[in-house]
Design a protein around this ligand. Structure first.
Ligand code: AMP
Length: 190
């Protein structure tokens, strides 16, 4: 089984690249952001509680996010592996993921971390906001807060995987196909 954490700040291109990786390697793509948005759309209790955090660009609390992610993994018992997109976003989530995987005799194979400068992120997010229909992309203050939350709460998660020698940094600037190829190369070196 290959289990990949695709990591990076908001606007780094995780969603686009995760789709390509899931198709190429036959992995189940789990995006916590997409799952929350689906719940909001369906009007579930989970969606209602997540929404108040997402609208402000804050993280949904760990207990809620971890329980949701574990249920999604359990819903795919025959998966060849997973690509985690937007999870883990805190050290607590990373630790929970490790112990959850260990209980299944599995582990994270690799963290691929997309590197994109802050100016480029802001530009991409506001451009995406014009078409994505995502309120959290369209509002410059929320975009700024998401980037700040990333720096404060999420960036340290890379050190967690570095300590396990699983971190590979990937240049996330350039044509989409070139970035995909950088990711494929890193996976194929496993
Ligand atoms: P994304 O689609 O990955 O940009 O996520 C959109 C929003 O969903 C984030 O700004 C958070 O509010 C929430 N979210 C997504 N994944 C997580 C996570 N792993 N932990 C906490 N909140 C999350």
């Amino acid at each position: 089984m290959i289990n990949i954490v695709l990591f990076g700040p908001p606007g780094a291109g995780k969603g686009t690249q995760a789709l390509r990786l899931s198709e190429r390697y036959g992995l189940v793509h789990l995006s916590t952001g997409d799952i929350f948005r689906r719940n909001i759309h369906e009007g579930t209790a989970l969606g209602r509680s997540a929404r108040s955090y997402m609208d402000k660009g804050e993280l949904v609390p760990d207990t809620v996010t971890i329980a949701m992610l574990e249920a999604e993994v359990d819903a795919h018992p025959h998966a060849k592996g997973f690509i985690f997109d937007g999870f883990p976003r805190t050290e607590k989530q990373a630790e929970a993921l490790d112990s959850f995987m260990a209980r299944k005799d599995q582990q994270i194979s690799l963290m691929l971390s997309l590197q994109v400068p802050e100016q480029e992120l802001k530009k991409r997010l506001l451009q995406r906001g014009a078409t994505s229909g995502r309120a959290d992309d369209a509002n410059p203050e929320v975009v700024q807060n998401r980037i700040a939350v990333y720096a404060r709460e999420t960036a340290p998660v890379a050190h967690y995987y570095k300590r396990q020698s699983k971190l590979v940094r990937i240049d996330g600037v350039g044509p989409l196909d070139v970035i995909s190829q950088r990711l494929y190369d890193a996976i194929e070196q496993l």
